[in-house]
Design a protein around this ligand. Structure first.
Ligand code: UD1
Length: 353
């Protein structure tokens, strides 16, 4: 693991594995390293600290991945695990799976088979490579099984088990924390929006981001928009020097506070993939500022609407959201909080072979 969403996906799996007395060695690549992007998740989700942190940090796609690859290989050779398990679609996923499979350690990919078919996103390349080389695939949807089947993988390697991110969500519903800004800004249930933006295509261009934020800011009427900012987004935002009076800007929020905020919001504006799964399960309206999604079930079954990266009609959608005129979703099959146990059961049965 190395990036924020992976800590969330790891946590329930780690708990299930530890409960069954398996030894788990956590390798953290250091892709995310700020306290609120990394340590706070280990604390909130009550996980042991990583056994190894490679402290790779930020760099270009190639350098970051290459350094991770080197570090992970050394550790795998030293510790010789029976299995390597990788999560999601980040550069850490790619490095972990490549390092492990090259030295013939059986490797399982959790959240395999997703495709946006947009190769401009580094995550899509990571998914394509990881899904070509790993040994076992654990999927969140039936469509992911179809995508993997089209690559020629046999059915005996592909397991539709559900979503470990939703295991975390459902497992922590009683532990959510109201952040201090709730009282500070006199927020009320369903009386505000939450926004997150971190995709390079949305936040790395000055004019693009400024326009997007102005559109949101100018269309929310008397409502506020809570905007916990990813460090990538903050770098650009700090150059603006303009006030967006409806935006409540904070740093990255802790997991338990963030889920509290989306659960009580009138809706979410995002370019994340994982958040569209969480809003689907929480039945909270969500609009995605991207042209494609690797998680189409959040649109066809859930509460997500894919409205595009540069939408002229964002005002209309915000209006719908604030008026409560949003479609009602349903919860995708097997997103029931029990995915980690299912994965472990499969892994154990394969291990004894
Ligand atoms: C990464 C993942 C993305 C995932 C996201 C979750 C890849 C290619 N991208 O994107 O799939 O959705 O994590 O957040 O793996 N930075 C900090 N502090 C940190 C981490 C990052 O300041 O702790 C800044 C650095 O300036 C860095 C930039 O954020 O250059 C981007 O970080 P990086 O890990 O490359 O990608 P993310 O945008 O976080």
């Amino acid at each position: 693991v190395g990036a924020r969403p992976q800590f969330i996906k790891l946590s329930p799996f780690l708990k299930a594995a530890e409960a069954a007395k398996h030894k788990v060695r956590i390798i953290h690549t250091g892709q995310h390293y700020d306290e609120e992007m990394s340590d706070s998740f280990f604390r909130d989700l009550e996980m042991k600290a990583p056994d190894l942190n490679l402290n790779i940090g930020s760099n270009s796609q190639a350098i970051q991945t290459a350094q991770m690859l080197e570090g992970v290989e050394v550790d795998l050779l030293q510790n010789k695990p029976d299995w390597v398990v990788v999560f999601g679609d980040t550069n850490s996923t790619l490095a972990g799976s490549l390092a492990a499979t090259k030295i013939n350690i059986p490797t399982a990919h959790i959240e395999a088979g997703l495709r946006s078919f947009n190769r401009e996103m580094p995550e899509e390349i990571n998914r394509m490579v990881t899904d070509s080389i790993t040994d076992y695939f654990f999927t969140t949807t039936a469509l992911a099984n179809t995508n993997l089947g089209a690559l020629g993988h046999g059915e005996e390697k592909i397991f539709f088990v559900g979503n470990t991110m939703i295991d975390s969500l459902l497992g922590n519903m009683e532990r959510l924390i109201q952040p201090p800004l709730w009282n500070e800004y006199s927020l009320e249930d369903k009386g505000y929006l939450v926004m997150t933006l971190h995709r390079p295509s949305n936040v790395d261009g000055y004019e693009n981001l400024r326009q997007l934020l102005s559109l949101i800011n100018d269309n929310v009427g008397d409502k506020k928009v809570v905007f916990p900012m990813h460090p990538r987004t903050k770098k650009m935002f700090d150059q603006f020097g303009i006030a967006f009076d409806k935006l409540i800007v904070t740093g990255p929020m802790s997991y338990l506070e963030f889920i509290y905020m989306i659960k009580h919001s009138a809706g979410v504006v995002t370019d994340s993939g994982g958040i569209t799964e969480e809003t689907t399960v929480l039945n909270v309206p969500c609009m995605t500022l991207r042209n494609s999604t690797e998680r189409p079930e959040t649109v066809t079954e859930g509460t997500n609407e894919l409205i595009g990266a540069n939408p002229d009609n964002v005002g209309e959608w915000v209006d719908k959201m604030l008026q409560g005129q949003w479609k009602k979703g349903s919860i995708p099959e097997l997103w029931d909080g029990k995915t980690s146990e299912r994965i472990l059961e499969v892994l154990c049965s394969k291990y004894s072979v």
